[in-house]
Design a protein around this ligand. Structure first.
Ligand SMILES: [Zn+2]
Length: 693
């Protein structure tokens, strides 16, 4: 029976942000298309922001609520069996012997960022996978951190001087402690261990005693005070102690100024990806929209100057440098995972779906290429146009001198430890709680979420999809009794004409790109929601980078398929100078690799004014049996295109692919059929193409 729909358009003002609501009612559903969730209420079951903080738009569910499946689960398993899970056997910084993070009194070696960098993701990996071995190991470390707390509240090593510091003051470097606080927050969400809240309270009381002139004065802690600020709000939301908001003001005023107009306090890639969110974090307290705008401004400033490239990141191969903005410029693996974490947090603060879109962009198109397919090695730097991944020195083409482009499990000290949070944090944000006691499917992946909704009933929602390699998403409801709650579905900004069915009945409406579908109804056992996010070919033109182009299909961006030749190397001999490993580590079990092109890479695309569908052939393959789509062999989606070799476009004197030629490029070479693959599956890649005539 055809249902009758009454569609009305209502314009409402929520706070200061205008929000358009389109309602359709049919039978038992009310379906709405909204720009942002209504955020004046607080979710009854999950801890959001306590007054007077600005309420969150979406609330992170406690770690463990979401069971990832599909390729996200596969990635976590690869991490467990690969570098993240086994790093304790390799890295000298994770050797427990005489370790300042494991001595229980802060004394010893290796007391800086490496242990907490690793533990932050490693612990969450354990909580997400419910892996007892990892959880037990995490607790061993955390027990020692609890033990290290001193009478004044300080915990962990007191590093007042090392090679990373330009300040010889007496206040310890608080940067590694910021990381350890995040470890504690996740641990608390998982365990409710009653030691965590008093531990953090006591530490923050100590921070309150540090005079401003001695607080956060060292480069890294000064840049990254936003992480400290976030932890203060986390604790405030659990204790409501008002002095924490005074401390938050103090931390903000002693953190580098990320609110400058058209400028940043520094241009280090990791700092940018991590610290641009500091003003938006502080906005939760001030409710002054200029802070929120500062975060958006920083994001767009960096993308305008250095991010005219595909894959969501920007060129800053250590620091962003004037004149180095071609897509051959790279970004650190630390920068990639920090950007993903920032996007996830900003989704919660703002409700703006563009942050979730951006997180997917980086997660699908950039992060997978930064690690080996078996997750047993990674590289420091990855770029959108990267045709060699070797151990030679490419400076000054990239800023660093040394073997920064090869895959090496013994090398790239910060990324070696910090990579660990990338996929665990991502998995924790697939679903979020909404202020109106519902659930939002935020980042799409096969998964199950169990959460309290409506009046407090626990429901489980099971999502099945091969997204982003497929446009169909199916969600099945599992509940013991019928329960009323809103289910939100993110409509990505690249998507028009999304289709929605509830129990087989079409509920589609003109869903705006970059919005949410909100379905409120009395959900019962085995209800099924089907969402189709139609994917289309789309061309991005980078006019500031020689009119080059990138080809997208839905959220995926495509690279030239370059045959990759892997050359095994000795991991110890080819490591970056500051690498350290444990005495008995066997490098033959942990090989490093150089990757060389075994086919031509210097193609331009042949394009005309006709629709892209007539110029590319989309070939969909079967889903890989191993559930892992990010390799050249198994990627289930390829494009056939036409290209021509550009003979003059070769390696430059530093061994990098030369700066893009200005498009359109006139060549006399003959047209060939070429294959493009998703750039996440391409460890050698050309993803910004010249256009040839
Ligand atoms: Zn790094």
């Amino acid at each position: 029976m055809k249902s009758v729909k009454h569609v009305v358009i209502i314009l409402v003002l929520l706070g200061t942000a205008p929000s358009k609501l389109v309602w359709a009612q049919s039978g038992k559903e009310s379906v709405a298309n909204i720009k942002r969730p209504v955020s004046k209420d607080l979710n009854k079951f999950y801890i959001g922001n306590k007054k007077p903080l600005q309420p969150l738009s979406f609330i992170k569910l406690p770690v463990g609520s979401i069971k990832p499946q599909g390729w996200v689960l596969k990635y976590l398993e690869l991490q467990r069996d690969g570098l993240t899970g086994k790093l304790g056997d390799i890295s000298a910084w994770l050797d427990k012997k005489n370790n300042a993070w494991f001595s229980g009194n802060g004394k010893g070696d290796h007391g800086w960022e490496e242990v907490p960098y690793w533990l932050k993701g490693y612990g969450n990996l354990g909580y997400v996978l419910k892996d007892e071995k990892i959880i037990t190991e995490t607790k061993l470390w955390l027990d020692k951190v609890f033990e290290s707390q001193e009478a004044d509240g300080y915990f962990g090593p007191r590093i007042v001087e090392n090679e990373h510091q330009d300040n010889k003051g007496n206040t310890p470097d608080l940067w590694p402690n910021m990381l350890m606080l995040w470890c504690m927050q996740s641990y608390y969400e998982y365990s409710n261990d009653t030691r965590v809240i008093p531990f953090m309270t006591k530490y923050f009381k100590w921070q309150l005693t540090v005079p401003d002139e001695k607080l956060l004065k060292i480069y890294w802690e000064n840049s990254r005070g936003g992480d400290n600020l976030y932890s203060i709000y986390w604790l405030y939301n659990r204790t409501g102690e008002k002095w924490l908001l005074d401390l938050a003001n103090k931390i903000h005023r002693n953190t580098a100024d990320w609110t400058q107009k058209n400028n940043l306090p520094n241009w280090h890639n990791v700092n940018i990806a991590q610290c641009f969110r500091e003003p938006a974090t502080y906005y939760m307290q001030t409710k002054d929209s200029s802070f929120l705008n500062a975060t958006y401004n920083d994001f767009y400033l960096v993308r305008t100057l250095y991010g005219q490239v595909p894959g969501g990141m920007f060129g800053a191969d250590e620091n962003a440098r004037k004149g180095f903005d071609d897509p051959r410029q790279a970004v650190e693996t630390c920068g990639i995972v920090e950007q993903m974490a920032s996007d996830e947090i900003l989704t919660g603060i703002t409700g703006d779906p563009m942050w979730a879109d951006h997180c997917e962009d980086v997660a699908f198109n950039t992060y997978p290429a930064a690690v080996m397919p078996d997750f047993k090695g990674l590289r420091y730097l990855t770029a959108p146009n990267m045709v060699v991944s070797d151990s030679r020195n490419h400076a000054p083409g990239i800023q660093n001198e040394g073997p920064f482009l090869m895959m090496n499990p013994f090398s790239s000290r910060c990324c070696q430890h910090n990579h660990s949070m990338g996929w665990p944090y991502y998995a924790e944000h697939l679903w979020m709680a909404t202020p109106d006691n519902g659930i939002v499917a935020m980042l799409y992946s096969s998964s199950e979420v169990s959460a309290k909704v409506g009046n407090g009933n626990m429901v489980t929602l099971k999502q099945t999809t091969h997204y982003p390699f497929d446009e169909n998403i199916r969600i099945e409801v599992n509940t013991t009794i019928a329960v009323n709650f809103p289910l939100y579905l993110r409509i990505p900004n690249w998507c028009s004409n999304a289709k929605l069915m509830v129990n087989g009945v079409d509920q589609s409406m003109p869903f705006e790109a970059g919005s949410y579908a909100r379905i409120e109804r009395k959900w019962k056992q085995a209800d099924v929601v089907e969402l189709v996010l139609p994917m289309k070919l789309k061309k991005d033109t980078w006019d500031k980078n020689k009119n080059s182009v990138s080809i997208n299909y839905g959220p995926l961006t495509f690279s030239l398929k370059i045959d990759e030749s892997y050359k095994q190397m000795d991991s110890k001999k080819s490591a970056i100078g500051d690498s350290k490993w444990q005495k008995n580590t066997d490098q033959s079990k942990w090989p490093s690799y150089e990757i060389y092109p075994a086919s031509m890479w210097n193609y331009g695309l042949v394009l005309n004014e006709q629709p892209l569908e007539s110029q590319f052939e989309i070939i969909k393959g079967s889903w890989p049996e191993n559930n892992f789509p990010f390799t050249q062999d198994d990627v289930p989606l390829i494009l056939k295109a036409k290209g021509k070799i550009i003979p003059e476009w070769i390696l430059d004197k530093n061994g990098l692919c030369d700066v893009l030629p200005q498009s359109p490029v006139t060549v006399s070479t003959k047209e060939q059929l070429i294959e493009l693959i998703p750039m996440g599956a391409a460890r050698l890649r050309i993803a910004s193409f010249p256009v040839v005539k």
